[in-house]
Ligand binder design. Structure first.
Ligand code: NAD
Ligand code: WQD
Length: 332
């Protein structure tokens, strides 16, 4: 198939690109590089064995997208492009609604114009909000606690409406939990610009001496050791989840929201312990007050992905930490 990947040079998009290319699909990448580096393209080329087709373009530029759809006979789109900083979304909501919601509408218009109606959308577990029960299943109420989560939910709602209006659309919203780790080659991985917000990239920078210590945002939660618990998922498992979703989308019209998580939660201390073993180093840490907006614990009910997509995560926390560290070492 000819598959268009928006945000294809980003963390998750680039890993999905490797798996899709290995499966023999023609991939066409679009990215405006607002949160990725052009070097990822040549690294992808090294992994895949040929340079993927790439357009430096913003998904809000509908005319440019129209021309890309005209040039390539696209069968399906995977829409990764989006901004993802929770903190920035709260201080700059218009930027997030414009990019994440406006960008999605622009893409959908271009798809409609080109009569392409198969879509996989990068949604997030953030759409659920405060857990009313755990694990979160896909029927859990969706009450996001921040602007970023609201942009994801709004796009899901737009997609649901679109599929009601035109039943020929096939749409899968994949609600990712906490993606970490990197491709086994160490050539691509998570490369945040500026100070990392997320735990794993921060731990990597402490291990390499770039940052003096890890701040632990609260050790007084009602969790197994007082620190926050999350459903960390290896980015290659997530990438493989997209291949499974692609096979599903090809055969099932309608709108589907599906969790991609492992179904297991690990604490901050669990992750640090696994990382220290994987990297053979000690992570200096300081306990700080809770981070505003953080939840104590959440994790996925992963059954729907298993039943509908025939997919489940295989890689454990050790592999996540080892591969994440391997990428970080090679890059620095
Ligand atoms: P990322 O920032 O590494 O990748 C996103 C890519 O999209 C970047 O390369 C960026 O340059 C590009 N982009 C952003 N806005 C664009 C625009 N308007 N036009 C063209 N390109 C644009 O993030 P990621 O971790 O790979 O996340 C991919 C998707 O998955 C995002 O939509 C994100 O919200 C979602 N998601 C991520 C996580 C996570 O923790 N990483 C969890 C749940 C959902
Ligand atoms: C994990 C745990 C922190 C950093 C975010 C988004 C979510 C999704 C994934 C996109 C928490 C603790 C963290 C640090 C720490 N993204 N922590 N010190 O907050 O679960 O999810 O990324 O959709 O929307 O909210 O991930 O990696 O930031 O935090 O103690 O320096 O690590 O308190 O318990 P989070 P995270």
């Amino acid at each position: 198939m000819n598959i268009l990947l928006t945000g294809g040079l980003g963390f998750i998009g680039s890993h999905a690109a490797t798996v899709l290319a290995e499966q023999g699909h023609q991939i066409i990448l679009v990215d405006n590089l607002c949160n990725s580096q052009i070097e990822v393209l040549s690294h992808l080329g090294q992994i895949i064995g040929k340079q993927p087709i790439f357009y430096e373009a913003d998904v809000r530029n509908t005319n440019l997208l129209n021309s890309i759809f005209q040039k390539h006979s696209i069968d399906l789109v995977i829409h990764f492009a989006g901004l993802k900083s929770v903190a920035e979304s709260v201080t700059n909501p218009l930027k997030y609604y414009d990019n994440n919601v406006g960008g999605s509408i622009s893409l959908l218009e271009a798809m409609q114009g080109a009569k392409v109606n198969k879509l996989i959308f990068s949604s997030s577990a953030t759409v659920y909000g405060v857990p009313q029960y755990l694990p979160y299943d896909e029927s859990h109420p969706t009450v996001p606690m921040n602007t970023y989560g609201k942009t994801k939910l709004q796009v899901e709602e737009i997609l649901r409406d679109l599929s009601h209006a035109d039943p020929d659309w096939s749409i899968v919203c994949l609600r990712y939990f906490n993606p970490v780790g990197a491709h086994e080659s160490g050539l691509i991985g998570e490369h945040p610009r500026g100070m990392p917000n997320n735990l794993m990239p921060y731990v990597c920078q402490v291990a390499s001496g770039k940052l003096p210590h890890l701040n632990i945002f609260g050790d007084d939660y009602e969790t197994k050791d007082g620190t926050g618990e999350r459903d960390y998922i290896h980015v290659m498992d997530l990438a493989e989840g997209h291949v499974a979703a692609l096979n599903f989308v090809n055969q099932h019209p309608g709108f589907h929201a599906i969790n991609l998580g492992t179904g297991v939660s690990y604490s901050v201390y669990d992750l640090i312990g696994a990382f220290e073993q994987a990297a053979n180093s000690t992570i200096v840490r300081k306990v700080q007050p809770r981070r505003s907006g953080d939840l104590a614990i959440y994790y996925a009910k992963a059954d729907k992905a298993k039943n509908l997509l025939g997919w489940q995560a295989k890689r454990d926390l050790q592999v996540m930490c080892k591969s994440g560290w391997n990428f970080h070492k090679q890059k620095s």
